[in-house]
Ligand binder design. Structure first.
Ligand SMILES: N[C@@H](CCC[C@H](N)C(=O)O)C(=O)O
Length: 301
């Protein structure tokens, strides 16, 4: 592989498909075209690239850029952050990390059982911060003209920013009964969301559990979305559907979300290494490593 290549690991967080690319040595950037090439590849298909850069701010471990499959940049990615933590914990033996992202500082911790908690920060509810294109005083449920798509079953989403914009449609039926692949793209690009939005359908299954599915901005249907799980948990607690700690089940697995009294949202769940290689961040050309058969060999880099 050319000298201009960087180590990467193909990982997943609850089935959310992630490429963790370590650009600290190369000091380059993943080009949107290269991201789209990798996303289109059978082997390298991903939902997000988590690009690890040298820290921009003293006291942080890395600046992490989050790139969606369509090449756009996101402010937050819960499942991808757990993957970054696992990769860096394997490399350094450390358990606590501070990252900088477009959404601000993120603190994360790997536990002894291998699960990882990420402090996803404080939710934001004002229409300007989400952002919405027009004023809504109460974002717990907004009236949205969505035309004939599955209306009137789907209406009045709860909207919230977890650093990135989310709309949650609360339903009383099985979330699999809805054609999210059909209305997801329409709602993602609805004019009320000037920066597009992640679209989820969620059902309360008990005072401490939810099930949900998400159409991710810049990606499409995913098996899990960590920030959407946080958005749904916050929305559920805010509308008195549940308490402040819930188990959120998505097609790829279950996350625990706790909305602490200090307003921070803590997401806990797994991360899984699949395989690794080296890639050129300018072109998306890559080479897969030969099979690693020890934990040491799996360390990124
Ligand atoms: N999968 C992510 C969310 C990634 C970003 C999202 N698609 C956006 O554009 O906001 C997660 O686990 O949070």
């Amino acid at each position: 592989m050319a000298l201009s290549s960087a180590p990467f690991a193909r990982m997943n967080g609850c089935g959310n498909e992630i490429l963790v690319v370590d650009l600290r040595e190369l000091q380059s950037r993943v080009r949107p075209e290269a991201a789209r090439t990798l996303a289109a590849g059978a082997e390298t298909h991903f939902d997000q690239i988590m690009a690890i850069h040298r820290p921009a701010t003293p006291g942080t471990d890395a600046y992490v850029r989050i790139i969606n499959a369509d090449g756009s940049e996101a402010e937050a990615c819960g499942n991808g952050t757990r993957c970054v933590v696992q990769a860096l914990a394997a490399e350094t033996g450390r358990t606590h990390f501070t990252f900088e992202t477009r959404a601000g500082l993120i603190l994360a911790e790997e536990h002894e059982d291998g699960t990882i908690s990420v402090d996803m920060g404080k939710p934001r509810f004002s229409w300007q911060e989400i952002p919405l294109a027009e004023e809504f005083r109460d974002t717990r449920a907004i009236e949205l003209q969505i035309g004939p798509i599955d209306a009137p079953v789907l209406h009045s989403p709860s909207v919230v920013s977890m650093g990135n914009p989310h709309a949650i449609f609360w339903v009383k039926q099985d979330v699999n009964a809805f054609a999210l692949d059909r209305f997801g793209p329409v709602l993602e690009n609805h004019p009320i969301f000037p920066e597009r939005a992640n679209i989820s359908i969620a059902e309360v299954t008990s005072p401490s559990s939810l099930t949900m599915r998400t159409w991710e901005r810049g990606v499409g249907l995913t098996r899990a979305c960590g920030s959407a799980a946080c958005a749904a948990a916050v929305s559920a607690a805010r509308t008195r559907r549940t308490g402040r700690e819930v188990a959120v089940t998505q097609p790829g697995g279950t996350l625990t979300i706790r909305w602490r009294d200090d307003d921070h949202v803590i997401m806990t769940g797994p991360a899984e290494w699949e395989w690794s290689g080296r890639l050129d961040p300018e072109t998306g050309d890559y080479l897969r490593d030969t099979v690693a058969d020890s934990a040491e060999e799996r360390e990124i880099g």
